[in-house]
Design a protein around this ligand. Structure first.
Ligand SMILES: C[C@H](O)[C@H](O)[C@H]1CNC2=NC(N)=NC(=O)C2=N1
Length: 94
């Protein structure tokens, strides 16, 4: 799905707790913390199903109760509204 790039700054202005990713040309990032691995993996499962439905997939890293997420749109070489949509879903699923 092709979308115009809006950029990380415009994206985080619409979101809570998200930051401009370091060490990346144009991406947004957030670290989610849960009570334990079960909660973290439940979150990842809910997000995975939505990501596949949107055909828009996160880059993420999990250790026990922590999930570090990076969102960008590879097809657009940067952040698009699709990243904002997935970020908002993640916030609602956390
Ligand atoms: C062919 C397929 O639609 C694309 O590769 C999709 C899959 N998931 C994707 N996820 C993300 N984050 N960016 C993309 O550009 C993207 N493209």
């Amino acid at each position: 799905m092709s979308r115009p790039r809006i950029g990380a700054a415009a994206a985080i202005a619409q979101l809570d707790g998200w930051r401009i990713a370091e060490d990346h040309a144009d991406a947004i990032a957030k670290t989610f913390r849960f009570a334990d691995f079960n909660e973290a993996f439940g979150f990842m499962t809910r997000v995975a199903l939505m990501a596949d439905k949107l055909d828009h997939h996160p880059e993420w890293f999990n250790v026990y109760n922590r999930v570090e997420v990076l969102l960008t749109t590879h097809d657009a070489d940067g952040v698009t509204e699709l990243d904002v949509t997935l970020a908002k879903f993640m916030d609602s699923a956390a």
